[in-house]
Write a protein that binds this ligand. Sequence first.
Ligand SMILES: *[C@@H]1O[C@H](CO)[C@@H](O)[C@H](O)[C@H]1NC(C)=O
Ligand SMILES: *[C@@H]1O[C@H](CO)[C@@H](O)[C@H](O)[C@H]1NC(C)=O
Ligand SMILES: *[C@@H]1O[C@H](CO)[C@@H](O)[C@H](O)[C@H]1NC(C)=O
Ligand SMILES: *[C@@H]1O[C@H](CO)[C@@H](O)[C@H](O)[C@H]1NC(C)=O
Ligand SMILES: *[C@@H]1O[C@H](CO)[C@@H](O)[C@H](O)[C@H]1NC(C)=O
Ligand SMILES: *[C@@H]1O[C@H](CO)[C@@H](O)[C@H](O)[C@H]1NC(C)=O
Ligand SMILES: *[C@@H]1O[C@H](CO)[C@@H](O)[C@H](O)[C@H]1NC(C)=O
Length: 295
Amino acid sequence: MGSEKQGFIWLSGLLFLNIFVLSTADVHYYEFSLQESPFTKLCSTKIILTLNGSFPGPEIRVRRGDTVFVNVHNQGNHAVSLKWEGVKGSIDGSNELIQPGRNFTYKIELKDEIGTLRWHATSAWAAATVHGAFVILPVATEDYPFPAPTSDQTIILGEWFREELTEANQTITPGSADAYTINGHPGETYGCSNDTTFEMQVDYEGLYLVGVINAVANETMVFDIENHRLTIVGQNGTYTNRSFTNSLTLAPGQVIDVLLLPNQNVGHYYITARSSSGTHITNGILRYTTTTTSF
Ligand SMILES: *[C@@H]1O[C@H](CO)[C@@H](O)[C@H](O)[C@H]1NC(C)=O
Ligand SMILES: *[C@@H]1O[C@H](CO)[C@@H](O)[C@H](O)[C@H]1NC(C)=O
Ligand SMILES: *[C@@H]1O[C@H](CO)[C@@H](O)[C@H](O)[C@H]1NC(C)=O
Ligand SMILES: *[C@@H]1O[C@H](CO)[C@@H](O)[C@H](O)[C@H]1NC(C)=O
Ligand SMILES: *[C@@H]1O[C@H](CO)[C@@H](O)[C@H](O)[C@H]1NC(C)=O
Ligand SMILES: *[C@@H]1O[C@H](CO)[C@@H](O)[C@H](O)[C@H]1NC(C)=O
Ligand SMILES: *[C@@H]1O[C@H](CO)[C@@H](O)[C@H](O)[C@H]1NC(C)=O
């Protein structure tokens, strides 16, 4: 009798656990549209291929273990397929070329990937403008294996070409970009007063989880924030042991998650990205928005 009762309790506990696990995995639906959009940078305008008209493309934000359906409508002029870099599970139709006028739904089943990943168009010329972040947060009941950030931010290092890229551009050689960009902003180093500069606003002693993505084809990028040390906590969709650094070196396609603690004199500091080959440099700004509360 006693053991039967225990068995019952054990079984109901198991059922409860099962329901609990199921209820924490969510299903997300994204509708995206591939389109040709005019953009002005370096004081000249050209048409680029974009996802939903933005450069870089929209961010996908989900939690560990979730399932994501991404329905991509191709309203552009070229056949394109998207790649979900660093996702371990099977992805339905991952090699499918989506023809102009057609749509295709990717089904992405996440397993234990965590942190920042990236998605991009498969071909090099399209990937220059069609790329974005895939942010995977811990499930609501899960703690970070490091101090919990108060906020998070994605920084995508990209590049810009004055001329149009087409299917003729199957490869992109290092050093061929006319500018580097931070979240699409070339900054003030290229001599066009109309160019915009990326700015990240922070609170003094807030704690920021920053996912830095190198979306520059074929070039290693060096990234730093003036006067601030960075704590590396993750890479390519896994958390890693913590390590400290003054600058990040990112291989093409590499993603590094860092913690940033704004604990310097209140003010603004340069964010810098340059290629290791040294052809160009781009700046953004880290701006403290609050003053230190002293007593
Ligand atoms: C992208 O565009 C589609 C179609 O215009 C729209 O339904 C969707 O909400 C947009 N998604 C985002 C993330 O902006
Ligand atoms: C800068 O922007 C202004 C306002 O949009 C525009 O009138 C001007 O032509 C632009 N200058 C250049 C060099 O693109
Ligand atoms: C195309 O989009 C429609 C409506 O948005 C959807 O019902 C259909 O399943 C999609 N087709 C594919 C192949 O994903
Ligand atoms: C793209 O291809 C064209 C034609 O082959 C070439 O002139 C141009 O330099 C290429 N651009 C880049 C960035 O590789
Ligand atoms: C990278 O550049 C080299 C030439 O330096 C070229 O052979 C290679 O195809 C390029 N890779 C990509 C992905 O564009
Ligand atoms: C993290 O550090 C622990 C203890 O020093 C070590 O056993 C483990 O292998 C490290 N993990 C990684 C991913 O480096
Ligand atoms: C992360 O991904 C990049 C690009 O694919 C690769 O070069 C790098 O070695 C990867 N790092 C780790 C630790 O897996």
